[in-house]
Design a protein around this ligand. Structure first.
Ligand SMILES: Nc1ncnc2c1ncn2[C@@H]1O[C@H](COP(=O)(O)OP(=O)(O)OP(=O)(O)O)[C@@H](O)[C@H]1O
Ligand SMILES: [Mg+2]
Length: 335
C-alpha cells in the first residue's frame, strides 16, 4: 500500500446543509436552516481521510488547541483510521469552519481560530523526518493558511526531489490580504512540486492570469522542466490537466449535490490513487471526477470506496461523460 504524509491547516467544520443562502447572508437578519453536520475539514485532513478509503496509508500533520473542538477533531480523525501527528498547542484555539451550503451548491464559508497559524516548523520537520523513509508522497494542503511555513516548504520540496518523494500541492484559496512575498514563495513552491492541484480561481489568482492557458504558460516558464503535472479543478465544468506537452479536459459527472465542500480534496485523492496504479493522466482525472461526484452526492467520504466510484463510472453513459471510458475496470489493477 502506498503511504502519504499530509501536512496542512486543519478545521472542525460545521456545515449547514440546504441552507437558504443562494444570494449570500444578509446582516441584521436571522436565517433559519434545518440540517447540519459536524465533520473534520481542511484540505489535508480531507485528503487523508479520502486516501484511507482508497487504500492509501495516510498520516496527518497539523495543529489543534487543547479544547473541546480539538478533542472532537482528534476523535473523528481517529475513527477514519488516519494516523495522527498533531501538535497540541495550549494557547491556541482549534480552527473551526462554519459553512452554509445552499440547495444549488452555492456556499458561504467562514473560519475562526488560531491553531493553524501556530503550527510550528519544528513539529512539522520532526514529523517529516520520522516518515520520510517510508512515504511515497507528501501532500501540502491549505498552505495559504500557513504563510509562516513557506520558507520551510520551499526547502522541503527541494530535499524531497533529491529523495524521490513526490510532492502534491493544493494551496487553497488565495487570501485577499496575502503578501506579495507569500505569493512569490507559493509560485516558487508550485513550480517545484510534482503534482500541483489548484482550482480555477486559485490558479488564475496566484498566477495573475485571465485564462487557464495563460496561467499554465506562466507556470511552465517559471521553473525547470521537470516531471510536473498540473490539474486545475473547475467545479461542475470538470477539470483541465496540463503537462509540458499535453492539455487534457475531463468533464464532471452529473450528480445530485448534497455538499460540494471537500469536492476538490476527494478529487485529489482519486487522482493520486489512479496515478499510483499506473493509469494515464486522462483515466486518472476521470477516476478523480467520479471520486469527487461520489463524495458530493453523499457529503461523506465514507461512502466513496473504490467499488462505489467504479459503480458510478459504469452507470454514466458515454454521451453524458465521454471520459468515462477511462475509469478503472473491476479487477483490473486493484485486487
Ligand atoms: N456541481 C458539481 N457537479 C459535479 N461534479 C462537481 C461539481 N462540483 C465539483 N465537482 C467535481 O469536483 C471536482 C473538484 O471541485 P472544485 O472545482 O469545486 O474543487 P475545489 O474548489 O478545490 O473544492 P474544495 O476546495 O471545496 O474541496 C471538479 O473537478 C468536479 O470533478
Ligand atoms: Mg480546493
Amino acid at each position: 500500500m502506498p503511504k502519504v504524509l499530509c501536512i496542512g491547516s486543519v478545521y472542525l467544520d460545521i456545515n449547514c446543509l440546504r441552507f437558504p443562502c443562494e444570494e449570500g447572508l444578509p446582516i441584521e437578519e436571522e436565517r433559519i436552516g434545518n440540517e447540519y453536520e459536524v465533520i473534520t475539514g481542511g484540505s489535508a485532513p480531507n485528503f487523508a481521510r479520502f486516501c484511507k478509503r482508497l487504500e492509501i496509508e495516510a498520516t496527518l500533520v497539523g495543529n489543534i488547541g487543547r479544547d473541546l473542538f480539538g478533542k472532537i477533531f482528534r476523535k473523528m480523525m481517529t475513527a477514519s483510521s488516519v494516523t495522527l501527528s498533531l501538535m497540541e498547542c495550549e494557547q491556541a484555539l482549534t480552527n473551526i469552519g462554519i459553512n452554509f451550503i445552499a440547495p444549488n451548491g452555492v456556499s458561504v464559508l467562514t473560519v475562526a481560530g488560531s491553531a493553524n497559524e501556530n503550527l510550528a516548523e519544528e513539529w512539522v520537520s520532526k514529523s517529516v523526518n520520522n516518515h520520510i523513509d517510508d512515504v511515497a508522497y507528501i501532500y501540502l494542503g491549505g498552505t495559504f493558511k500557513l504563510p509562516h511555513l513557506m520558507p520551510y516548504f520551499e526547502s522541503l520540496a527541494k530535499e524531497l526531489a533529491r529523495r524521490r518523494v513526490s510532492v502534491i500541492l493544493d494551496h487553497g484559496s488565495v487570501p485577499k490580504d496575502a503578501s506579495a512575498e507569500t505569493k512569490r514563495r507559493m509560485r516558487s513552491l508550485a513550480s517545484s512540486v510534482n503534482f500541483y492541484l489548484p482550482n480555477r480561481s486559485e490558479f488564475l489568482g496566484l498566477w495573475e492570469a485571465d485564462s487557464l492557458d495563460a496561467a499554465a504558460e506562466k507556470l511552465m516558464a517559471s521553473g525547470p522542466s521537470m516531471q510536473r503535472l498540473v490539474v486545475v479543478k473547475d467545479g461542475s465544468a470538470g477539470a483541465v490537466g496540463f503537462t509540458s506537452d499535453e492539455r487534457i479536459t475531463v468533464p464532471a459527472y452529473d450528480t445530485p449535490i448534497r455538499s460540494t465542500v471537500g469536492a476538490g480534496d476527494s478529487f485529489n485523492a482519486g487522482l493520486i490513487r489512479a496515478m499510483s496504479l499506473g493509469q494515464d493522466l486522462e483515466s486518472s482525472m476521470d477516476f478523480a471526477s467520479a471520486a469527487a461526484a461520489t463524495a458530493i452526492s453523499g457529503a461523506d467520504f465514507a461512502i466513496a470506496t473504490i467499488k462505489a466510484i467504479r459503480k458510478r463510472g459504469s452507470r454514466i453513459s458515454p454521451q453524458l461523460n465521454p471520459a468515462s471510458k477511462g475509469i478503472l475496470k473491476p479487477g483490473e489493477k486493484i485486487a
